[in-house]
Design a protein around this ligand. Sequence first.
Ligand code: B12
Ligand code: SF4
Ligand code: SF4
Length: 382
Amino acid sequence: MSAEIREAIRAQALTMGFDAVGFAEARLAEAARTDLAEYIGRGYHGDMGWLAHTAERRGDPRALWSEARSVVVLGLNYGDDDPLAAEPDGESGVISVYARGQDYHDTVKKRLKALARWVAERWPGELKVFVDTAPVMEKPLAQQAGIGWQGKHTNLVSRGFGSWLFLGEIYLSLELEPDLREEDHCGGCRRCLDACPTDAFPAPYKLDARRCISYLTIEHKGPIPHELRPLIGNRIFGCDDCLAVCPWNKFAQAGHEPAFLPRVELTAPRLAELARLDDAGFRAMFAGTSVKRTGRNRFLRNVLTAIGNAPEPTPELVAAARQCLDDASPLVRGAAVWAFGRIAEPRLAAAAAEACLPGESDPDVRTEWLRLLAPVEYSRAP
Ligand code: B12
Ligand code: SF4
Ligand code: SF4
């Protein structure tokens, strides 16, 4: 009977538009828990304090919900053309593929709830729906459910969809027969490790999130560490490099979910225009997308980092960075000092320092100015 229910749920999930479906016991291997503890112990989570606070529930589905017996893991394909194929034009920013359409949390959650309702109408027991923001280790669960394996870049790779699956889960109190765990098919490959612009993998299958551009541009709240800024290039929200180089993407299929189709204005947006967004403009441009979660100030910090990395700065980019030197947000002003110092002529940078530094009260922004005026001294600093 358990296998019959499982197959009925699988068929219904596929009918509802999920691309991958697997079943796992509501338990994680001890290794997932000890790995998470070591990751946090080393501080690799940076300022994602919520990862540490919820570690116990994250590492054990039954600590999250004691009645859980089975987990249905679901994947939605957001595959697109190769994101690395687009030629950078020096004046545009890159938003990661996953964030170019509508916020995936909304789409995945809506569909998970519909499937959960369908299950609840047919079989007894309780159920709960989770996606991304819930304290669940989604990738190890997905591997247990046979949807794919955690590659050396730590993300789930699927034989049918490559790197491009969003994940979500339904926890059930019903006991269902699990699927077979997927094996690791990375073999001797290390393309993702070598492709990372910031060298964020201390070893295969291990990520130091503090160096990951996705963390730095989305989760990290303060100024971006100086030594990493030049390596970020023009990535202004997330990063796809390690995912995009995976050879298993040759089996990937284009996604069919209309909500994930890229919005035109989020594909190669112009940096100078983004740098002029005020709060209302930011909210209007990114309403309904994942980008809105950074808020305007953090996003402008990213845009200014990309402007500072522009290979051939145009007068428009220089003017945009100059305007941000007077921004109300210290985070934006600090990033603007760095960008302006990199792309403006030295005499313009010196004049701007003379105009802005005396009135600057924020210690971080003052340090940015002093760094700009005495780079040698600061390069010697520990
Ligand atoms: C925190 C988080 C991040 C953080 C940290 C990522 C990370 N790998 O830890 C940041 C902000 C960097 C991030 C980035 C991205 N994320 Co994210 N993220 C999450 C989140 C919320 C939790 C992941 C987690 O538990 N990390 C803790 C580590 C320890 O666990 P793990 O990643 O499973 O790693 C395992 C092993 O590799 C090993 N390990 C990894 N690092 C280390 C280090 C040490 C020292 C040790 C001992 C072991 C170890 O331990 C784990 C268990 O064995 C999940 C959603 C969820 N609730 O699960 C989404 C999720 C993983 N993210 C997702 C996506 C799409 C991304 C990005 C691709 C977005 C983008 N394009 O910018 C990037 C990819 C970067 C990358 N190479 O991982 C998807 C991945 C889907 C998939 N197919 O795998 C998820 C599942 C969200 C979703 N519901 O779809 N993310
Ligand atoms: S997302 Fe980018 S920065 Fe982060 S690990 Fe992958 S390649 Fe490196
Ligand atoms: S690029 Fe290679 S090593 Fe990295 S996840 Fe894909 S197959 Fe594994």
